[in-house]
Design a protein around this ligand. Structure first.
Ligand SMILES: Nc1nc2c(c(=O)[nH]1)N[C@H]1C(S)=C(S)[C@@H](COP(=O)(O)OP(=O)(O)OC[C@H]3O[C@@H](n4cnc5c(=O)[nH]c(N)nc54)[C@H](O)[C@@H]3O)O[C@H]1N2
Ligand SMILES: Nc1nc2c(c(=O)[nH]1)N[C@H]1C(S)=C(S)[C@@H](COP(=O)(O)OP(=O)(O)OC[C@H]3O[C@@H](n4cnc5c(=O)[nH]c(N)nc54)[C@H](O)[C@@H]3O)O[C@H]1N2
Ligand SMILES: [Mo]
Length: 558
């Protein structure tokens, strides 16, 4: 079982399991899978504009992205762009810290952004603000798109997405004034309709003429960054003789139902599935059923507590590595070794190398750390980037397109931008757990539960460093508080058919009605995780999670 991470030598687990052979691996991603798959279908890949390109944007739409919390680099660039005159709009069910600095804040019902995008497209076309040249020469599937959006009225969209019609018209006028940069977040694609949501927002950016131009873009992920590296020499995928796979979302179910062979042993590295997977009650059952569980981690996580063997891993400051991520900027960073690992902790690469040696794969791991790092960077040489230079200069700019698709050459089969949700009905653009799709469930569990990323921590990491000890905070919109007689600081219970959670109530002054949030990441010992409540259903395109597609009820206790 492997969870992904974006430093060079943590990729060695792939090399180990490719050489070992016959393992069950994970596909898709609980993080960003639905959106990446959607953009790969529509554009041929998921690419973003360079951070500096924001300087050319007239309007910047932050759509379902909690920038002030989750991307400090983008936050600084937003402040600069705003100071230089760009107009900033935030579309989010929660009036977050990014919304505080926005010129316009648009509140939307959780999971209804695809529908909202369809409404904006309708208005864009009515006002004649679409880019005809792009539609005629560079787009495939426009008839299907227009048919889809014509199958529902603006009034109905406004009613279902709970966004006033004037706001939809205002957004159409914004999109009709390029360059508009759309920064799509990951939160809003963790719904059953996550793929269609990202696809429709991308279609809005494309049809309004905001794709492939300076200051524009449907910026979701930046896979050009990872693609700059050729990891095959390091990971040796050709040695993988095939095995089985489960989707990351359904891994617990996969473990519980696997036959021929059953899962007898599992390896967890760089991840804490017992806290971070959806439906953690099911995940706990699944991982407890495994005969031998090995966890490689720096800390005693919820998952490590369940393990038969915990192999202590060294921290980033205790070994040299290089770091990059395909989520936003295109710089690779050098991380020097600053201290020795404490106790028995060892760098991941050491652990895989020693395991390989004991399993008869010594030859495949007969490299020094220096040689492995150079192997990981070998494809950079032709761009004039190498390890010695990185050590000296600390970072390097990767050779990526600063304005993706500027040549209108998309990586799809047709070479055009393709709207891939053709032939679908509006009902497929809705989340799973919502009044319009599932009225019986919504009657029992009337409120939308979000579980967004925490401010102080990356997921479940580093909590033990903070005082006072963290505890579960249940944020409720003012209407829910009024309906349930909940005051600030009250003890509350949140529940649905999958589980229940207790915590202290905090009232959100400005949030979409019917919304509750519990930050993700709290381990069992602190009263969490919120994932006892979330579903393990896959997104529409099978590649993403539905962590926020979750209805609950709430009551005041004690
Ligand atoms: N401090 C901190 N930073 C992080 C992380 C962390 O754990 N902590 N995690 C990192 C990782 S792995 C990731 S994937 C990124 C995630 O980065 P983001 O996408 O910014 O963060 P999320 O918490 O996934 O998304 C939450 C945002 O989406 C909004 N949202 C939820 N549902 C909807 C919806 O239906 N429609 C709309 N319009 N908005 C919605 C929430 O209100 C919130 O503002 O952050 C990275 N950065
Ligand atoms: N309800 C809800 N659940 C969510 C989300 C949500 O928004 N809501 N977000 C989802 C998202 S976007 C993501 S990305 C996942 C994240 O899920 P995980 O990646 O499982 O979450 P982390 O808590 O970051 O766990 C990483 C673990 O790796 C360890 N680690 C750090 N560095 C190293 C290293 O160098 N070597 C080794 N061996 N271990 C290391 C850390 O100590 C930590 O225990 O969670 C998902 N779960
Ligand atoms: Mo993530």
């Amino acid at each position: 079982m492997i969870m992904p991470m974006a430093d060079c030598l943590s990729n060695l687990n792939s090399r180990f399991f490719n050489c070992f052979g016959g393992v069950t691996e994970l596909t898709g991603s609980i993080c960003w899978g639905a959106g990446v798959e959607a953009q790969c279908r529509d554009f041929g890949d998921a690419y973003s504009h360079a951070p500096s390109d924001l300087a050319y944007s007239r309007n910047i739409v932050i759509w379902g992205r909690n920038v002030a919390r989750t991307n400090m680099h983008l936050y600084e660039n937003l402040r600069k762009a705003k100071a230089d005159g760009a107009r900033l709009l935030v579309i989010d069910p929660i009036f977050n810290s990014t919304a505080k600095m926005a010129d316009e804040y648009i509140s939307v019902k959780p999971g209804y952004d695809g529908l909202l995008a369809a409404g904006i497209l309708k208005e864009l076309l009515r006002l004649g603000l679409e880019d005809r040249e792009f539609i005629e020469n560079h787009m495939k599937g426009s008839t299907d798109l227009f048919e889809l959006i014509n199958s529902i009225s603006l009034e109905r969209i406004s009613e279902m997405a709970e966004v006033p019609m004037e706001s939809i018209t205002m957004l159409a006028k914004v999109y009709g004034q390029p360059p508009v940069s759309t920064m799509l977040g990951l939160g809003m694609q963790r719904y059953r309709n996550g793929g269609s949501t990202i696809s429709l927002i991308s279609a809005l950016a494309a049809v309004s003429g905001n794709v492939g131009i300076q200051g524009g873009g449907a910026n979701y992920a930046n896979r050009q960054v990872g693609q700059s590296f050729d990891y095959e020499p390091l990971t040796m995928p050709h040695r993988n003789t095939g095995g089985r796979s489960f989707t990351m979302m359904k891994q617990a179910e996969g473990i519980l139902t696997a036959k021929d062979p059953e899962i007898k042993m599992a390896f967890v590295t760089c991840g804490n599935p017992l806290t971070q997977l959806p439906d953690t009650n099911k995940a706990a059952k699944a991982f407890s059923s495994i005969k031998t569980l090995v966890v490689v981690d720096q800390f005693m996580t919820d998952t490590a507590e369940l393990a038969d063997y915990v192999l202590p891993a060294a921290a980033p400051f205790e070994m040299e590595d290089i770091y990059y991520s395909s989520m936003y900027h295109h710089y690779v960073n050098h991380g020097p070794k600053l201290a020795d690992p404490p106790g028995e902790a060892k760098p991941d690469a050491w652990i895989w190398t020693e395991l390989a040696a004991r399993l008869g794969m010594r030859d495949d791991f007969s490299f020094s750390r220096e040689e492995m790092l150079k192997l990981g960077m070998s494809s950079m040489e032709k761009h004039g980037i190498n390890l010695d230079q990185l050590r000296l200069e600390k970072y390097a700019e990767l050779p990526v397109d600063v304005v993706p698709w500027h040549d209108r050459k998309f990586k799809t089969r047709s070479g055009k931008y393709e709207f891939s949700y053709s032939g679908k009905s509006i009902s497929l653009l809705l989340p799973n757990e919502t009044i319009w799709s599932n009225p019986v469930l919504a009657e029992k569990y009337p409120y939308s539960l979000l579980s967004i990323h925490p401010l102080r921590s990356n997921h479940s990491q580093h909590y033990h460093l903070f005082s006072p000890e963290p505890s579960v905070k249940v944020e409720v919109s003012a209407d829910v508080a009024a309906e349930k007689g909940i005051s600030e600081g009250d003890r509350v219970r949140v529940w649905n058919g999958r589980g229940e959670l207790e915590g202290k109530a905090s009232i959100m002054k400005k949030a979409h009605r019917g919304t509750i949030n519990v930050d993700e990441g709290l381990s069992r010992r602190f009263g969490g995780p919120v994932n006892v409540l979330t579903p393990d259903l896959e997104s529409d395109n099978g590649m993403g999670s539905t962590l926020y597609d979750c209805l609950v009820n709430i009551e005041k206790i004690g």
